[in-house]
Design a protein around this ligand. Sequence first.
Ligand code: AMP
Length: 288
Amino acid sequence: MSDAASAPVLVHTLADLREAVAAARHYGARIGLVPTMGALHEGHLSLVRASRRNCGFTVVSVYVNPSQFGPREDLAAYPRTLPADMDLLRRERADLVFAPSDAEMYPAGYATWVNVESEAQPLEGVCRPGHFRGVATIVLKLFNAVQPDVAYFGQKDYQQTLVIRRMVSDLHVPVEVVVCPTVREPDGLAMSSRNAYLSPAERQRALALSRSLEHARQLLASGVRDAETVAREMKTIIDQAEPASIDYIALVDPRTLQPVAQIHDPTLAALAVRIGTTRLIDNAILRP
Ligand code: AMP
């Protein structure tokens, strides 16, 4: 890829965003949106590439959305690297970057929230109360501001994709939601902006997440169908990454996120684990 690509246009206000998108729409471009919290890595860039393949105009939002962080979560520490992000997005030839301030997105008096029930309740919903309320709200606000034809999300945040699909369907949002596969480091670790928090030793221990998913796949291949057995063996692998605390290891229906007892259909294996103080999530669809 040429390094000589011109930088995407960077806007910070909704007015400038709307104007830039309107101009692109005027010449007939399909609009793709990639919502991110920045600290971009190959996982994010895979979404940008997917948008570039299918849309004539790609908007990337870079916004650390405070409303999806709990009071004891890492909002203040979350990496903010806009100049480096802009450089990566220039190489990917993204067209427009929207990096708003908190005051732009949540001005004084802000009081409207999107609450998705059902899919938002288990797993992350239990561990991070209010998280998906923040996610659904900011994503709907971005959808309304950009009015994209297509929006791109990663399977890395599997439950988030279900919550967004539910919101889009229930609220008749005219956008196509595309989910792209999880991008991993060569050793299997799912890419995440939060991986930057890991010390080298923790980075090694974090491999337990992807290893446990790989082990679950092997158990399935060897004929194991009992979900409790699979979860127990996954836990054994995670426990070896001491001191890790497990938020959940779940084997669930990939549409409803309800637990399954026997794995006879495609099943989501999802886990959330703390390595030191860093909370990591990963998942895989197991196909018997
Ligand atoms: P974030 O910046 O963490 O909010 O993520 C922005 C988007 O990138 C979300 O749709 C994520 O699911 C997606 N994403 C994050 N990590 C990965 C990854 N390793 N592979 C694919 N997509 C990812």
